[in-house]
Ligand binder design. Sequence first.
Ligand code: ATP
Ligand code: MG
Length: 646
Amino acid sequence: MLNQKILQLAPEEQIYHPNLSFSARANVRDAQIYERAGANFEEFWAEEAQKLHWFRPWDKVLEWQSPFAQWFVGGKINACYNCIDRHLEGWRRNKAAIIFEGEPGDQLVLTYQDLYREVTKFANVLLGMGITKGDPVTIYMPMIPQVVIAMLACARIGAPHSLVFGGFSSEALRDRINDAESKVVVTADGVWRRGKSIPLKQNVDTAVAECPSVQKVVVVQRTGAETQMDADRDVWYHDVMKAAPSGCKPEIMDAEDILFILYTSGTTGRPKGIVHTTGGYLTAVASTHRNIFDLKEEDVYWCTADVGWITGHSYLVYGPLANGTTVMLFEGAPDYPERDRFWEVIEKYKVSLFYTAPTAIRLFMKWGEEWTNKRDLSSLRLLGSVGEPINPEAWLWYHKNIGKENCPIVDTWWQTETGSVMVAPLPGITPTKPGSATMPMPGVSVDVVDEMGEPVERGGTGYLVITKPWPSMLRTVYKDPQRYADTYWSRFEGMYFTGDGARKDEDGYIWVQGRVDDVINVSGHRIGTAEVESALVEHPAVAEAAVIGRKHELKGQAVSAFVTLREGIAWAPELEKDLKSHVAKKIGGLARPEEIICAWELPKTRSGKIMRRLLRDIAEGRVLGDTSTLADPTVVKQLLNQKTAL
Ligand code: ATP
Ligand code: MG
């Protein structure tokens, strides 16, 4: 294949072995875990489930009637109880559960005991509003402690939560509230963003005007901005909390009762309401969080994802708190007041485990090392990445400048639908290769298959699939089981189709190549977007790149590239030529971009993922598809103006 044309061994093709002192102390030290879990995945997951608190044990580990799964059938459990109550018996009661720093620099620490008090009080508030088991509550909030409190309060009383990212518009919010038919919405007056108070409650007012189900809106006072309150409908959080008693019995939930609904990022189209249930989900997120991040009692763990995304649900709230972790919660932006804010947070709170996204890493690269060198990052001992394929160049930069060549990097591949990480290294035992998420987690069966659903040989490329059910799998699309079956289980018989393309290398390592919809076909040769983009990002002038295939009379498709440049670099025709030949040299002549457009920004979702489908629409002069999840609409407008370049 194209990849094999690379002749010399570049740094990103080297293998990075876990360092010995890390391995010696790692939570998982025995590589047999893969085989053991593979031999009997139900038994493996049952063992992991035992580490949680159950009110009643399950009768059967898995009931599988493809494509519908039930895990831990008959088991009774409560996610909130597992995240709080069981930590209260010993000294952990006074351990910091959440260390919060707001954008203006305000701080708050909540111990597990504090969290218990706040969560049970808010659970009583919700009960008082008539919310009972099975009533979805919509949460539209900034990254403040009350968002975690609200989520856990819902879990405590069995009300599924539906979080809507605070950066979404009132229309996006309205559609999600209506889909869930929530009676209660929890929000805040506003959110701090780069020194300004951005109103949130106003969006809720606009949305709720078209949401007949909503009876109450609870408003947390965050910025103190002037806020209209509807006397019948709206209440202040601090008022209702004053009156609420603490202590609230956890609802005894069935393992298969809904824990939450969450809509996907909308990178490829209209978001889907993904349904996750309680027992299997909590088992998998707690287990993977412990193993992938090598969690130790004394760690300070920081996941920069917004709580409104699945990463925030699984690895900011449920996984870490189920494991009794000290979680860093940060409200602000990485460049406010200065471009070293993240590094300042790490230095100040001695963060030891850090989990972020390639889009952020590329931004830090663009800004340069001046900012990372300003701060002491020596508390870090492990780094994680999630959200998109990480370009080898970005991986190496992360390794060198943040990890100081001393921290393993865990590149974690997963989706809203999978609930927990599916493909990632175990940091104490799995050698890593920059740009590869390595291998499936123990107990998870992932493969790369061809058009016919046959596994490809090592060295081959194809479709990434999951071949056996797993505990945190989505159970359905909310109120639309048909869409669930069609979207995920119809492409290949008996397999879950991820929508992503991947390569399986000679060692069996998995390299996610990007969305299958984005794969480019030049004269019958399939070219993954990730590889070409990584080649471009490797060039010292390029900060970020997105490539697409656009219609071409002779070749079928031609590669079009969009790039943003590193600071201080100017666009010039020679640079374009240089970039084209760089790609050709690195990957092969077929991958040489037909044209390269220098953009000021790339269109991204609110979660920071590049939306290639919009670039394709622009390149081929089509009406733009769904843009409701776009982070910054002006980016697309600017690109449309530049379209004459094509
Ligand atoms: P939609 O399904 O609505 O288009 P989305 O797929 O962006 O939105 P998410 O569930 O947030 O919504 O993202 C999952 C996707 O993100 C994966 O399918 C994959 O394409 C990409 N992804 C996540 N982590 C990684 C990773 N470590 N390496 C490569 N790709 C990743
Ligand atoms: Mg998706």
